[in-house]
Design a protein. Structure first.
Length: 298
């Protein structure tokens, strides 16, 4: 399936699977809300084979669907510094988040969203700042942003459907050897005794994390972790509660002078292109805290 995006015009070739199907079914496949579909038709911002569409059309093979994309204002106060972007394509960009800053705060003009606003203004991306997921304040790593608001719902749905994979590296204490695998599935809920903290709870939310030991150096383990659910502090709580506390984690971990920051790094993002279905892989900037480990992944 092909597409072109140029000068605010997105044109795509209708997938063969929608031959004979209503146009509205394909718009739902793109996770466009009823209000968004209505607005597109009312404002003549959607065309089928270069003719205005009204939602009653039936699609056929090789049809061309065109969206007129409106230029929108950046809606965060830009920070004085620009975030570092490690990946960009027509629809998204992936930004590096340093430890100690948060992704979103309307009162913090140096949060990642404000740094992203500065990057968008510098690079001519005329759209609201929209991140697809967040990271904890002390976690280092990658955050996915959408450049085309029309597709935000699609990327949100891909995250919910586990089609966007977030991989983490964790430096922990505890026992283990290279190649050893773990599955953590304890439910997680709020700690009623300490605000902002979470714990294992029989009445909490289902949570599933998988991990494998990549390397061991002295008393430290390097684990590759994969989130299969999205709970606050999930990896931190699961590892700590299973005797693999993360180094320099101020809530759940153990202190270590061998590392500069908390030992949790969202170093890899894997996600599909909405039209070509190509798998995109973003890798973060080098992280010196992890340089002492030697490992090879499949």
């Amino acid at each position: 399936m092909s597409y072109t995006l140029k000068h605010g015009i997105l044109e795509i070739e209708v997938p063969d699977a929608f031959d004979g199907q209503p146009l509205t079914d394909y718009l739902k496949e793109l996770h466009l809300s009823g209000k968004k579909r209505y607005d597109l038709f009312q404002n003549h911002h959607i065309l089928l084979n270069r003719n205005d569409a009204d939602g009653r059309e039936v699609l056929h093979k090789k049809d061309r669907l065109t969206f007129r994309l409106e230029s929108e204002a950046v809606d965060y106060t830009p920070a004085s510094r620009v975030c570092e972007v490690v990946y960009e394509d027509d629809f998204v960009y992936v930004a590096h988040k340093e430890p100690g800053i948060i992704v979103h705060d309307t009162e913090d003009t140096d949060c990642l969203a404000s740094q992203a606003a500065a990057w968008q203004l510098e690079n001519g991306v005329h759209s609201p700042v929209r991140y697809i997921h967040r990271l904890d304040r002390e976690t280092t790593g990658l955050v996915l942003f959408v450049k085309v608001p029309l597709l935000q719902g699609w990327y949100d749905a891909m995250l919910e459907d586990k089609q966007i994979e977030r991989r983490y590296l964790a430096i922990t204490g505890g026992k283990g050897h290279a190649g050893q695998k773990f599955t953590y599935n304890q439910k997680i809920g709020r700690d009623r005794h300490e605000a902002g903290k979470y714990r294992f709870s029989s009445t909490g939310k289902e949570a599933l994390t998988k991990a494998v030991v990549l390397d061991r150096k002295q008393d430290d383990l390097l684990l590759r972790c994969q989130l299969l659910t999205r709970r606050t502090h999930q990896i931190r709580v699961h590892l700590s509660g299973n005797r693999h506390p993360i180094v320099n984690d101020p809530l759940y971990g153990i202190p270590s002078s061998r590392y500069q920051n908390m030992g949790l790094w969202a170093d890899t993002l894997i996600f599909p292109n909405p039209f070509t279905k190509e798998i995109c892989i973003a890798k973060d900037l080098p992280n010196p805290d992890y340089a002492r480990f030697t490992y090879k992944e499949d």
